[in-house]
Design a protein around this ligand. Structure first.
Ligand code: SF4
Length: 395
């Protein structure tokens, strides 16, 4: 079997697929909103859109490359390793184009055996693990790699840590594809999901503790054979690109302080490597815009994006810091009526239906959307909000 062929820049067909992409994902209503300073009022409902929201550069590029791939290989079997981005609308459009999603096995790994020689495999914007890439390489397929350059930048950093025998402490979600891909590039790693977990690790570095309990606590987020006594002496920080920027910074500072306390400032370079700026621009812009939006005078907030989208979840976490009610929904279908809305619950684990969510008019609704949410989905939500109050006599 011959080695795989890699395509990392599309096929020069952007101008051909542009019209399809516009039709599928763009919206005149959003264009109108942008022209009126992101504020629009109809039927007693005022919508305030965040300054930055929706599709980021990396997602735009990945989706466009997927469309180009279909045009370039009209007859070939095309696979995507799981979802190209975390948005149900985009993924269903790709399925309509006969792009198949690799099935997932019971243990959560992807069933790569389906891929035959000569098939085309699209790797998603958040990348793929080294094991998956090596496996596909051996199957002699065509690989269209849409991995966002911001993600590869973190991979480079983690690989550098491995060369210097530093353990990568990764701020991320242990089951998110991007973090799985990043950790596969580290020799030794430990994943911390939030500041609370980072504090547990920092405490272990300074004071030691129950090793068995520590390993049980982090069993799903550490490399094979991880030993906290041996593997927390030299550490470098990395992150999933879509985490809360403020939290990533706090975690970096916490570990820097911890290593200075333990080894002294003169030896810090031998024990600690800082992450640099690896939260991507798009994530930062959307989080900053959300922070500004919550300062506005709003009655409720809606955050739109796939329920498994990490960056959308973080926008919702920012919204929840205010006392104004906020709901994470994945599209207009979640708005069941003016009385009922289906949304992700506060713990982010499942959906639930809340009643009496829409206050009486006049009502001001703040809206943002994650980096994988098309404008058309945002527009459908806004249209639905306006239509709820369009019937004469409605409060
Ligand atoms: S959110 Fe950032 S890292 Fe992820 S695809 Fe978009 S630009 Fe790339």
């Amino acid at each position: 079997m011959k080695d795989a062929t890699y395509h990392r820049k599309g096929f020069g067909l952007k101008h051909v697929v542009d019209a399809d992409l516009k039709r599928a994902y763009e919206s005149d209503l959003i264009a109108e909103l942008k022209e009126s300073d992101n504020v629009l009022t109809r039927n007693g409902v005022t919508v305030r859109l965040a300054e930055a929201f929706g599709f980021c550069w990396g997602v735009d590029r990945a989706v466009s490359m997927a469309y180009e791939t279909r045009r370039h290989f009209p007859e070939r079997q095309i696979w995507i390793t799981n979802e190209i981005i975390h948005n149900p609308v985009v993924n269903s459009h790709l399925k309509e184009m006969s792009i198949q999603f690799l099935p997932v096995k019971e243990d959560g790994s992807k069933n790569l055996d389906c891929v035959g020689e000569g098939d085309v495999v699209i790797l998603p914007a958040f990348g793929a693990s080294l094991d998956e890439m090596e496996y596909l390489d051996r199957r002699g397929c065509e690989i269209v790699d849409t991995t966002c350059p911001w993600v590869s930048r973190v991979w480079n950093r983690v690989a550098k840590y491995a060369q210097g025998d530093f353990t990568a402490i990764i701020h991320g979600k242990y089951n998110h594809e991007e973090t799985v891909a990043t950790s596969s590039r580290a020799q030794v790693y430990l994943i911390v999901q939030n500041l609370g977990e980072a504090e547990l690790v920092a405490d272990y570095i300074l004071n030691g503790g129950d090793k068995a309990a520590f390993l049980e606590r982090f069993r799903r987020g550490c490399s094979k054979g991880f030993d906290p006594e041996r593997d927390l002496i030299r550490i470098g920080i990395a992150n999933q690109t879509t985490m809360l920027k403020g939290e990533t910074e706090l975690i970096g500072k916490l570990f820097e302080k911890t290593m200075i306390s333990k080894y002294g400032p003169s030896k810090i370079d031998q024990h600690f490597l800082s992450p640099g700026d690896t939260i991507c621009d798009a994530t930062q812009e959307r989080q900053d815009a959300m922070l500004s939006l919550i300062e506005e005078d709003l009655d409720i907030m809606l955050i739109i994006g796939g329920f498994n989208s990490s960056n959308t979840g973080h926008l919702h976490e920012i919204a929840m810091t205010k006392s104004v009610p906020s709901y994470h929904i994945d599209g207009a279908e979640c708005i069941l009526s003016a009385e009922e809305i289906n949304h992700k619950d506060e713990n982010g684990t499942q959906t639930k239906i809340s009643r009496d969510w829409l206050p009486p008019s006049p009502v001001v609704i703040g809206i943002s959307a994650g980096a994988s949410t098309p404008n058309q989905v945002v527009a459908q939500v806004i249209d639905k909000l306006f239509s709820l109050r369009s019937a004469p006599g409605r409060p």
